[in-house]
Design a protein around this ligand. Structure first.
Ligand code: UDP
Length: 220
């Protein structure tokens, strides 16, 4: 009988950090480890990484499988979106993966294809779109609304009543001040929050902010 096949898309830094979480899920569900592979289309990638076969996407599609599920472990949100569309076209299921020590409180909705790394905390009454990635030790506080393809590097502190639009990237250790129910702090679509930034007010779409307090970064 053909077995299901599970893929972690991306065998670089992000993918190698996610694979152990994917492996835990697969083992818990009684699936053989050889049914869990990396998918990577890069030219210089080895055929085996950390004990798992690396297939190209074409090879993954061509493999015998009763069903296919893929977790997209690539930090670049535009690439995640491109691959997500490709998976949808090929009728491959989005696979959400999370560490067993994540803390998720009350009334939290997280869309398909999310990745929650170890020590991530999502408190209560939170809405998150699809393909969210929260790296190690990041948290999202109460009443936040987060769009699609948003990426948190490690240790992001996102306080309450913050709205984050699609394709925002938040760098390591950045802190976002809390908003209020009638005046949420808004991070606009596609904005980049630099590493260690302290964001004290709303950020327009598409800009990069850095520093404490965070300001729009202008190249000299
Ligand atoms: N990649 C891919 N198909 C794509 C784009 C990227 O297989 O369309 C792979 C790429 O070969 C690389 C990985 O995804 O191995 C992305 O790695 P990178 O170090 O750029 O990012 P990270 O792992 O930090 O997200």
């Amino acid at each position: 009988m053909t077995e299901p096949l599970f893929g972690v898309y991306g065998a670089s830094g992000c993918g190698r950090g996610i694979m152990p979480l994917a492996r835990e899920w697969v083992l818990k569900h009684g699936i053989l480890l050889n049914r869990l592979v990396f998918i990577d289309d890069g030219q210089d990638v080895s055929k085996v990484v950390n004990g798992h076969s690396v297939l190209t996407y074409a090879e993954f599609l061509a493999s015998d499988a009763s069903e296919r599920r893929v977790s997209i472990a690539i930090a670049n949100s535009r690439i995640r979106e491109k691959i997500a569309l490709q998976l949808q076209r090929d009728h491959i299921l989005a696979w959400s993966v999370q560490a067993s020590n994540c803390v998720i409180m009350d009334d939290v909705d997280v869309g398909e294809g999310s990745i929650l790394s170890p020590f991530v905390t999502l408190t209560s009454n939170i809405r998150i779109g699809k393909y969210f990635q929260a790296n190690l030790y990041s948290y999202v506080e109460h009443d936040c609304i987060i769009g699609d393809f948003v990426t948190f590097a490690p240790s992001v502190k996102c306080n309450g009543n913050v709205h984050i639009e699609d394709h925002v990237y938040v760098g390591t250790g950045a802190m976002i001040k809390q908003g209020t129910p009638d005046q949420p702090l808004i991070i606009g679509r596609g904005a980049v929050i630099g590493m260690g930034a302290v964001v004290t007010k709303s950020v327009p779409a598409g800009v990069t902010v850095v520093g404490n307090p965070a300001r729009i970064f202008v190249k000299s």
